[in-house]
Ligand binder design. Structure first.
Ligand code: BJ8
Length: 381
């Protein structure tokens, strides 16, 4: 018999609804596997008959509780993710049967050690460099080892047929999401980037919806059919850097309210990660490993291909300026920001602004002032 968290009655209506939806899915026998990173090969989770759910913390909730255990100086995404887990506030974590994680940045991989005391956590050893000798061999073995973890945990067998079906499904889903993002290539974009990215990112949570792909395709058609009269003079912005889900309202929403269009993200929330497909005709484990190792994240060294991605996206989405978001405590993106700045300002001669921030609202006024000045700079450029 499943139980709800002890503090369930104190949750607001929306949160209670999320808990109940997942409760019912679990009652029907669904298994849930939590994930925290774009490197997680979700195909093996589908092939194990389970549902992958992204668990990254996206608000201040849980941070105070996490800071009683984790260092205050660690990145807010890690603190929020751990805080939501230990306070039972996240239905997705609460009902997860296990967690599939990776050795990305130091803070995350050490946090997983503590999380492993609450739930079964399997940490995949992600190579630090995709160019290193045998990186692809090692990562293929890690994908197989993770599949074994899921088989043992869920008492299932991951057959080649199930794996193939999962690869085909996720490729279709990715294509649908990339097509959705590409609506913003139209100039002026017929839809606000905030609205578009909200739809794209919510796909992660509509996991029990069999019609998800068809719904995304319909939304893409609807967005393309829209017309907009106010977009002609609005500068078009690419956002890069750390995952931005926890600062979307403070930065992205405000940016658009102040007069610019957010058209593209070179982050894990954007086409940069979704565009890589899995070869459906190759050995499935090797093909999965190859696809995920193409992701250009700052936890890799070197990570030169990320800057090629940014240059391509700037061109494809006809961008007028780049904003880099660096979360406090994220050393890898903070160091790479120097290179991004040089490329955008010196090579592309385009306005660039770096915003160092966290999930609190305390710097909202300061950020708003800087966004306003940046918009003026883009208009004048
Ligand atoms: S593939 S971006 S989701 S690692 S947690 S690195 S912000 S200090 S999230 Fe990430 Fe995977 Fe890369 Fe994407 Fe920095 Fe914070 Fe670490 Fe972070």
């Amino acid at each position: 018999m499943l139980s709800l968290p002890k503090n369930f009655e104190t949750f607001n209506e929306a949160r209670q609804k999320s808990f109940m939806a997942l409760y019912q899915a679990k009652e029907r026998g669904k298994k849930i596997i939590g994930t925290f990173c774009s490197y997680t090969p979700v195909e093996i989770i589908h092939a194990a008959g389970a549902i992958p759910v992204g668990l990254c913390g996206k608000s201040e909730q849980g941070i105070a509780e996490a800071e009683a255990i984790l260092p205050k100086t660690i990145c807010p995404l890690i603190k929020a993710s751990y805080g939501m887990a230990i306070t039972d506030q996240c239905p997705y974590f609460y009902f997860s049967d296990g967690i599939l994680a990776e050795t990305t940045c130091d803070g995350k991989k050490k946090m997983y050690e503590l999380m492993g005391k609450i739930k079964p956590v399997h940490v995949m050893n992600l190579p630090q460099s995709k160019d290193q000798a045998l990186a692809i061999d090692a990562w293929t073995e890690e994908v197989k080892r993770a599949a074994k973890f899921l088989e043992d945990l869920l008492h299932v067998s991951i057959t080649p047929e199930k794996l193939h079906d999962a690869i085909v499904y996720r490729n279709r889903l990715r294509r649908a999401i990339v097509d959705l993002y590409e609506v913003a290539k139209i100039k002026p974009s017929p839809v606000s980037g905030y609205e578009l990215s909200t739809v794209a990112e919510s796909a992660d949570f509509h996991f029990t919806d069999d019609d998800l792909i068809a719904k995304i395709e319909k939304t893409t058609r609807d967005f393309k059919a829209r017309t907009r009269n106010d977009g002609a003079n609005r500068p078009r912005v690419l956002i890069t850097g750390c995952p931005n889900a926890g600062v979307r309202d403070k930065i992205i929403k405000r940016l658009e309210e102040l007069g610019a269009d957010y058209v593209c993200a070179d982050t894990c929330s954007g086409p940069r990660v979704q565009k890589f497909m899995i070869d459906e005709n190759a050995d499935p484990y090797r093909a999965i490993a190859e696809r995920y190792l193409k992701i250009n994240c700052s936890v890799m060294t070197p990570n030169e291909a990320r800057f090629d991605d940014i240059k391509d996206l700037v061109k494809e989405y006809q961008v007028d300026g780049v904003i880099e978001i660096v979360l406090h405590g994220c050393h890898t993106f903070a160091v790479e920001a120097y290179t991004t700045m040089n490329i955008i300002q010196n090579e592309l001669s385009m306005p660039y602004m770096r915003l160092d921030t966290d999930f609190s609202q305390s710097d909202g006024g300061q950020i708003e002032t800087r966004l306003g000045a940046f918009i003026e700079m883009m208009i004048a450029a």
